[in-house]
Design a protein around this ligand. Sequence first.
Ligand SMILES: Nc1ncnc2c1ncn2[C@@H]1O[C@H](COP(=O)(O)OP(=O)(O)OP(=O)(O)O)[C@@H](O)[C@H]1O
Ligand SMILES: [Mg+2]
Length: 170
Amino acid sequence: MTKVFWLFGRSGAGKTTLGRRLHQSLLDRKIPVFYLDGDELRHGLCSDLTFTPSARLENHRRIAEVARLAADQHLNVIVTTMAPQHSQRDIAAQVLGERLVWIYVHAPLEVCIRRDPKGLTDARRPGSWTDCWIIRLTCPVRGSGNILLTLSPRMWTAPPNQFWSWRGAI
Ligand SMILES: Nc1ncnc2c1ncn2[C@@H]1O[C@H](COP(=O)(O)OP(=O)(O)OP(=O)(O)O)[C@@H](O)[C@H]1O
Ligand SMILES: [Mg+2]
């Protein structure tokens, strides 16, 4: 059974960077893989959604449904979203079941705030109160999927190799 590796964590932690890298490394090895990044989907499939709690939930439900279709067709799937709330991870788990592997991408809070790729900590930005809360997210360990791994973005060369141990572990 192919898997859905869902990388989640703070904005700026390095999810997209790692996700792209992992995706390329699997393609290089001719392993069928499909990559879904939350920001890219916000431009298309989910462009009608706002950032209210229910819209964020629907965003995750749609991403999970697309991932399920791809996994049903024997593709490994890599997803990258912040997924800061249990409800968002729960809905993904409901859709994906045993295929789902959570991977928490960890970077220290001060590093994320320094990177802050979306300007979430800018108090002048609409919605910044909620987004500040999101960037301050600590590791939400209670996962509703199967496995939760912490991967430091400092391990710059590790992800492709780690993928094999993740696969071996499941
Ligand atoms: N290990 C690393 N070392 C140095 N810089 C990094 C590392 N990982 C990511 N970065 C840089 O940090 C910034 C944010 O990375 P990235 O976009 O991957 O974060 P993200 O977790 O996807 O954030 P968001 O949730 O906002 O999409 C980028 O400029 C990226 O180049
Ligand atoms: Mg990203």
